[in-house]
Ligand binder design. Structure first.
Ligand code: IPE
Ligand code: IPE
Ligand code: MG
Length: 247
C-alpha cells in the first residue's frame, strides 16, 4: 500500500519538524556505544526523507544538534561532528536524486571547519533542486535564534534604516533563521520525551505536537505516516470555536 493512500491527501502538512531523540538509549539497550545510535539514526533520516518526498511535503526540519548539546562529553561531540561530515558526503547523491534542497538553521559558524565546508558544498550542490527542502538545525536553539533576530532588528533601528513602528510579527519572523519557511503544522518528538528542548520556540506557536515512544534509530516511514494520521484526526481551531471551522 502506498504511503499516500493511508492518508487524506488534502490534509497533508507542508512542513514537519522532528526532534530526533533516543539514539543514546537505543545503543545502550544493546550494549553499544552511544555513537552507534547516532550512526543508526542516519538510516532513519534516510527513510524519513524518502517518505517526505513520497508524501509531497515541502519542508522537513530535523533537530540534529542543539546549542546545549555542546555541553556533552567532548568525544561524543566530536563523533557527532564527524558523523555529520560523513553522512552529508554519503547522502548528497541521494538528495540530488530526490531533488531535495539542503538548508540549515542555527549558529553554523560555530561548527568545526570541516563540517562547515561539507555543509556548504552540499548546500551549493543542491541549491537548484526544486522538490522538498531539508532544514537541518545545527548548533540551534530557539532562544539563541530569538536573541539573534532581536540584535538584527536593533542594529537596523540604530542605523536608522528601520522605524520602531515597523516592528510587527511579520518583520520579526523574517528576521529569524527560518525566514521564508512556513511554520511547521506538525512537530514530532521520538523516544517518549515530552519537551521542546529549546526547538523552534517562535515557529511552533500553533503547531500540533505528536510524541512517539519509538527511539529515533527505529523510526521508519510508517511511523511518519502514523504521526500524520494522528495530525489529520485533530481539529485546528486557532482560537476559534468548532462551528466556525466547520462552516
Ligand atoms: C538524539 O539522541 C541525538 C542528539 C541529541 C544529537 P540522544 O543522543 O539525545 O539520545 P538519548 O536521548 O540520550 O537516548
Ligand atoms: C534535543 O535532544 C536535541 C536534539 C534532538 C538534537 P536532547 O536529547 O539533547 O534533549 P534533552 O537535553 O534531553 O532535553
Ligand atoms: Mg536525548
Amino acid at each position: 500500500m502506498s504511503l499516500k493512500s493511508q492518508l487524506n491527501e488534502n490534509n497533508i502538512p507542508r512542513h514537519i519538524a522532528i526532534i530526533m531523540d533516543g539514539n543514546g538509549r537505543w545503543a545502550k539497550k544493546q550494549g553499544s556505544e552511544r555513537s552507534f545510535g547516532h550512526e543508526q539514526g542516519v538510516e532513519s533520516v534516510r527513510a524519513t526523507l524518502e517518505a517526505g518526498v513520497e508524501l509531497g511535503l515541502d519542508f522537513i526540519t530535523l533537530y540534529a544538534f542543539s546549542t546545549e548539546n555542546w555541553n556533552r562529553p567532548i568525544e561524543e561531540v566530536q563523533a557527532l561532528m564527524q558523523l555529520l561530515v560523513q553522512a552529508i558526503a554519503n547522502e548528497t547523491p541521494t538528495l540530488m536524486k530526490q531533488n531535495i534542497k539542503l538548508t540549515t538553521i542555527g549558529d553554523v559558524d560555530s561548527l568545526p571547519d570541516e563540517t562547515k565546508e561539507k555543509l556548504q558544498e552540499c548546500k551549493d550542490m543542491t541549491s537548484n533542486n526544486t522538490g522538498m527542502t531539508l532544514v537541518l538545525a545545527l548548533s540551534y536553539s530557539g532562544r539563541w535564534e530569538i536573541v539573534d533576530a532581536t540584535k538584527r532588528i536593533a542594529s537596523k533601528i540604530k542605523e536608522g534604516t528601520l522605524a520602531l513602528e515597523d516592528i510587527d510579527e511579520s518583520l520579526f519572523a523574517s528576521s529569524l533563521n527560518t525566514d521564508g519557511i512556513p511554520d511547521p503544522e506538525l512537530l514530532i518528538r521520538t523516544s517518549g520525551e515530552y519537551r521542546l528542548s529549546n526547538f523552534l520556540l517562535w515557529q511552533l506557536a500553533y503547531s500540533e505536537f505528536y510524541f512517539s515512544e519509538v527511539l529515533w534509530p527505529d523510526f521508519r516511514k510508517q511511523d511518519l505516516v502514523d504521526a500524520i494520521k494522528d495530525y489529520q484526526s485533530r481539529e485546528r481551531r486557532f482560537g476559534k470555536i468548532s462551528e466556525q471551522i466547520n462552516n
